[in-house]
Ligand binder design. Structure first.
Ligand SMILES: C[S@@+](CC[C@H](N)C(=O)[O-])C[C@H]1O[C@@H](n2cnc3c(N)ncnc32)[C@H](O)[C@@H]1O
Length: 275
């Protein structure tokens, strides 16, 4: 039970709980217990511990086990409001620290590309903290795009966050040379479009910028889990650009654990053009 209590997320007025197979039959009792702790909650939904995740949209099989059969809610985070539908879009409140960490690095008047923006959380938070920024905010999921547009209006960041429905690789090609910063929060896929992200950075004498590059790493938590992703990033960039770029690691961190001995990590890479 202690383990269960640690494995739920409160998103707006919905609780999402990850239930291990051995106690799945007790899901209704678990839901009743949670409801006594959070009486204002409208819906409690379960995700079986090893539930299928949609490879493209990163949505999961969510089943309502208590309350209303409705998975749309409004979540408040860091002074922003995010409307989400947990059946149709990816959303995790566990990324709130990471979103704030990245947002606090942004300088005034930067142009940013968020390649996998979901309902717009990183982009909207950045636009609120740094009102002079412009953020191209891409997602391929039509539901995420619709919610992103709504969230942009809700948070009054129209014109600063530009929602784009499309595939990140195709959209990055159209945005060559425009960005000071690229955010790539899809750890399973970011490596395959890293050269496009580099090309999207500003070019020329004062060119280059920062890429927040996410990857998956396997091992123990006390190993240096960022080494293999960093080597992979260096190899990808070297094979695409040879020695024409300089790569510096500004910060690295484990973002979260996603399975036993499997972690999402982030590397903040500063890319500079060699003289
Ligand atoms: C892990 S979620 C991103 C979460 C988001 N950054 C946040 O803070 O909530 C990954 C997102 O990437 C989108 N996605 C997957 N493949 C994509 C692609 N090729 N181009 C653009 N978006 C893609 C998914 O639809 C999903 O919304």
């Amino acid at each position: 039970m202690t383990k269960l209590i640690q494995s739920y997320d409160l998103i707006g007025d919905i609780i999402i709980i990850r239930i291990p197979p051995e106690v799945y039959s007790k899901r209704e009792i678990i839901a009743e217990t949670l409801h006594t702790i959070y009486p204002w909650v409208r819906t409690i939904a379960a995700v079986p511990l090893y539930a299928h995740t949609d490879e493209r949209y990163r949505t999961r099989d969510v089943q309502v086990i208590w309350g209303e059969e409705h998975l749309e809610t409004m979540h408040r985070e860091s002074g922003c409001s995010f409307k989400v539908d947990l059946k149709h879009v990816f959303f995790s409140p566990r990324l709130s620290y990471e979103r704030m960490r990245v947002a606090q690095k942004v300088l005034p008047a930067e142009t940013i590309i968020n390649t996998f923006s979901g309902v717009g959380c990183f982009s909207i938070l950045i636009a609120k903290l740094q009102p002079q920024t412009k953020i191209y905010s891409i997602d391929v999921n039509p539901y995420a795009y619709e919610y992103m547009k709504e969230n942009v209006a809700l948070n009054r960041v129209e014109g600063r966050v530009i929602p784009i429905l499309g595939d990140a690789s195709e959209e990055l090609e159209k945005l060559e040379g425009v960005a000071d910063r690229v955010i790539m929060p899809l750890p399973e896929y970011a490596h395959s479009i890293l050269p496009l992200a580099v090309r999207a950075l500003k070019s020329g004498e004062r060119g280059g910028g920062v890429i927040h590059y996410y990857d998956v790493s396997a091992g123990r938590k006390d190993d240096d889990l960022c080494n293999v992703p960093l080597e992979r990033a260096r190899e990808i960039i070297a094979s695409a650009f040879g020695n024409s770029l300089r790569l510096e690691l500004e910060e690295k961190r484990i973002v979260r654990s996603v399975a036993p001995r499997r972690y999402h990590v982030v590397l903040d890479l500063r890319v500079a053009m060699e003289e």
